[in-house]
Write a protein that binds this ligand. Structure first.
Ligand SMILES: [Zn+2]
Ligand SMILES: [Zn+2]
Length: 152
């Protein structure tokens, strides 16, 4: 019995196996998505969960090469590696269990997110409206004042 191979992406029977495990169209489409993701990381310092799903379809070596490319480019930006760049690199790193040692780079600082400055009447944790003189957020319990005065 002859084994029929199908494209892993669209399920079409693979006649041309040069793009295995995908058909030519899907292979092209995925490569294009891969390039878009790379741009998104470099330009917007963004890596969406849906993009991680696309990257999962690629080989480990592709992901490592992608990491090295964006790491190098982001490091060369004026002022060096910015916090937002570190956040996106950390996301890529942890999503694919990459290690600095195998990538040949210095250990990245553990920055996972950037807390944006929020308006004073908004909880930085849960975004709910609060009063400026609150010590704790009544919705999520977030400590709003660093040094809460203790009444003696
Ligand atoms: Zn296909
Ligand atoms: Zn809150």
């Amino acid at each position: 019995m002859e084994e029929i191979e199908r494209c892993e992406e669209c399920g079409k029977v693979l006649k041309d196996k040069s793009h295995e495990p995908y058909c030519e169209q899907c292979d092209e489409k995925l490569d294009k998505q891969f390039d878009d993701i790379e741009d998104n990381i470099l330009i917007y310092k963004e890596l969406l969960d849906s993009e991680i799903k696309v990257l999962e379809k690629f080989e480990d070596t592709d992901i490592k090469d992608l990491f090295k490319r964006v790491y190098e480019k982001l490091s060369r930006e004026e002022g060096g590696l910015k916090e937002e760049s570190i956040v996106v690199l950390n996301k890529l790193k942890s999503s694919f269990s990459l290690k600095e040692s195998e990538l040949g780079i210095k250990e990245l600082p553990e920055i996972r997110e950037i807390k944006k400055a929020k308006p004073k009447d908004q909880c930085p944790e849960c975004d709910k409206k609060i009063k400026e003189d609150f010590n704790l957020c009544p919705y999520c319990g977030y400590r709003l004042k660093k040094d809460i005065e203790i009444n003696k």
